[in-house]
Design a binder for this molecule. Structure first.
Ligand code: MF3
Ligand code: CO
Length: 248
């Protein structure tokens, strides 16, 4: 069941998204060589709690942190650890906030210092995939229009789309219907309607699209060790198109 949010719910979700955006404004300058993911996670936890929210990922199906921090070949769900970030790394940061029962979800991938040309191209193309996907979001389009936009742009640029993880509805829970694959699937393909809130999140790899989960049961890495990038926004469908509620 895809929930259509009412005015009051939309205002709650908007406030949650604004807090997440403010967190990212504060967090971004801290992503530097020598910073540890654990330090960033602690900062995010304190920020959210101080502002009256709850870290939506912490405790979700047992997830142990506020942020997912996914470095280099980690696709998503990296558990913040104590290995310091190094010049040349690419760092995915993903989080969500539960503010009075209203949920936000957003992610971005940042370079640490100088990175390779190929890594920069991966970041640029993955972000473009998200922008092109969002451009498809308007009443009466279908979920497959989002999927196709991501898949064709990534593929055209020689990159591979992760298939095991998808975008999703969001707002009153962290994961709601519908699933939003980043490839055109044979599954359900609902129409997009005003009042839907969607988390769109391309996950794009340089090498194979195959991924595996490490022994910690969370960390998703590329099968071949190649780099991966992830960008995500929470997007409200409006009468005339859409509004991006998060910002990084
Ligand atoms: N970041 C995931 C998503 O975007 C959700 C987090 S799952 C968690 O859908 F367990 F890591 F919290
Ligand atoms: Co998400």
């Amino acid at each position: 069941m895809i929930r259509i949010k009412n005015k009051k719910q939309i205002e709650g979700i908007r406030a949650s998204c604004q807090m997440l955006s403010a967190l990212y404004d504060a967090l971004k300058p801290l992503v530097q060589p020598g910073a540890t993911p654990k330090d960033l996670d602690r900062f995010a936890y304190d920020f959210i709690v101080k502002n009256g929210g709850k870290p939506a990922f912490l405790g979700y199906e047992g997830y142990p942190a506020t942020l997912c921090i996914s470095v280099n070949d980690v696709v998503i769900h990296g558990i913040p650890g104590s290995r310091p970030l190094e010049e040349g790394d690419i760092v995915g940061i993903d989080s969500g906030i539960d503010l009075d029962g209203f949920f936000s979800d957003a992610a971005f991938t940042l370079p640490v210092g100088k990175i390779t040309t190929e890594a920069q191209k991966l970041l640029d193309v993955t972000k473009e995939c998200l922008d092109l996907a969002i451009a498809q979001i308007k009443p009466h389009s279908r979920i497959s229009d989002i999927s196709r936009a991501v898949f064709s742009h990534a593929t055209k640029n020689g990159f591979k789309v992760v298939r095991q993880y998808c975008g999703h509805g969001v707002g009153l829970e962290i994961h709601e219907d519908p699933q939003i694959p980043n490839y055109v699937s044979a599954g359900p393909n609902p129409r997009i309607m005003p009042g839907m809130v969607l988390a769109v999140e391309p996950m794009i790899n340089v090498g194979t699209s195959d991924v595996r989960v490490l022994d910690d049961d969370w960390t998703v890495v590329t099968m071949d060790g190649s780099l991966s990038a992830h960008f995500e926004h929470t997007v409200l469908v409006t009468d005339s198109g859409c509004e991006v509620l998060t910002r990084w």
